[in-house]
Design a protein around this ligand. Structure first.
Ligand code: ARG
Length: 258
C-alpha cells in the first residue's frame, strides 16, 4: 500500500476524475488508515508500504504498480504520461524487497488493475488502459494461461473495477461492463459467477480484497455484502468515497504480493 500523502486530483484520465471535484485530503487519510487497520489488525494480513512521491497522486493505487506471480514481477507500462513516472518507483521498491525476476512490458499494461489471478489462470482486461498485446507478454513471462476480457464501459476502465476474484470456485462481475462474449468466457471458465447490481457496481463494490474467507468491500455495496454473508464469508465494509473521486477503491489501493 501507499499512504495518500500526496493524493489529489491533478489531472483527468478517467470519467470519475474532475479537477473541480477535489479530494477531502483529511478524509482520504482517515479512509486509507481505516483500510490499513482492517488489513493489518482485524485480518492480520502483512502490509508493506511504498513511499509516496509528490506529484504522483495516483501512486496510492498500488494495484497498478505491477503483478506478482510466483515471485516474478511484471511492471506497469502506463497508458497516460501522467502516471508513467510511477513505474520506476515501483521497480525500485520491488528490487529493494528482493524481487529480481522483473520485466517491463512493451505494450501498455496497468498491473493488477487489469490482471487478476484465479487459480492458475490470469484474467486480463483491455482495451482502456492495457493493450491486448500485453497479455501475450504476461503469459510468456509468467508461464501461465491468460484469458483476455474485453471491457465495454469507460467508467469501469480497469478489470478490477468490474470483476472480483472471490475464491477457487467463485468470481463476481457486473456483466454490462464487458462485451457479451467476455461474459460468456467468464461463465465458461468459473463454476460460480455472482452477478452484481448496477448500484453495487457504481459504488465500486467489485473493487474488493479477499483471502477467500474474509472480504473487504466498499460501504454501500449492499447486494454484494449480502451475497458474501450468505456464502458464509466475514464481510468488512469500509468507506472509500475520496478515492472513488479518482476512480479507485479498496482493490486499487492494494497490490497483492502473493
Ligand atoms: N486515478 C487512477 C487512474 O485513473 C485510478 C486508478 C485505479 N486503479 C485500479 N486498479 N482500478 O489511473
Amino acid at each position: 500500500m501507499c499512504e495518500p500523502k500526496f493524493f489529489d486530483i491533478e489531472y483527468e484520465i478517467n470519467p470519475w476524475m474532475h479537477t473541480d471535484n477535489q479530494v477531502d485530503t483529511q478524509l482520504a487519510q482517515i479512509q486509507w488508515h481505516r483500510l490499513y487497520q482492517i488489513y493489518s489488525q482485524q485480518l492480520g494480513w502483512k502490509v508493506k508500504l511504498v513511499q509516496p512521491v509528490e506529484h504522483l497522486p495516483d501512486m496510492v493505487f498500488t494495484a497498478n504498480g505491477g503483478i506478482v506471480y510466483k515471485n516474478k514481477v511484471v511492471l506497469p507500462n502506463f497508458r497516460h504520461p501522467d502516471r508513467q513516472p510511477e513505474t520506476e518507483k515501483f521497480e525500485s521498491w520491488f528490487k529493494s524487497a528482493g524481487y529480481n525476476d522483473i520485466i517491463k512490458p512493451k505494450y501498455n499494461f496497468e498491473g493488477e488493475g487489469d490482471a487478476l489471478v484465479w487459480n492458475d489462470i490470469i484474467f486480463a482486461g483491455y482495451p482502456w488502459r492495457s493493450d491486448k498485446a500485453s497479455h501475450k507478454e504476461l503469459s510468456d513471462f509468467l508461464g501461465t494461461q491468460v484469458i483476455s476480457l474485453q471491457l465495454a464501459d469507460a467508467r469501469f476502465y480497469h478489470l478490477d473495477t468490474c470483476l472480483t476474484i472471490v475464491d477457487a470456485e467463485t468470481v463476481s462481475i457486473w456483466p454490462p461492463a464487458f462485451t457479451a462474449e467476455s461474459v460468456e468466457q467468464v461463465k465458461k471458465t468459473v463454476p460460480n459467477v455472482i452477478e452484481a447490481s448496477e448500484e453495487d457496481a457504481l459504488v465500486y463494490g467489485l473493487n474488493a480484497m479477499t483471502d477467500t474467507k474474509n472480504i473487504v468491500v466498499p460501504e454501500g455495496a449492499n447486494g454484494l455484502i449480502k451475497a458474501y454473508r450468505d456464502k458464509g464469508m466475514n464481510v468488512f465494509p469500509t468507506p472509500i468515497t475520496e478515492f472513488q473521486k479518482s476512480g479507485g477503491g479498496v482493490k486499487c489501493l492494494t497490490l497483492e504480493l502473493r
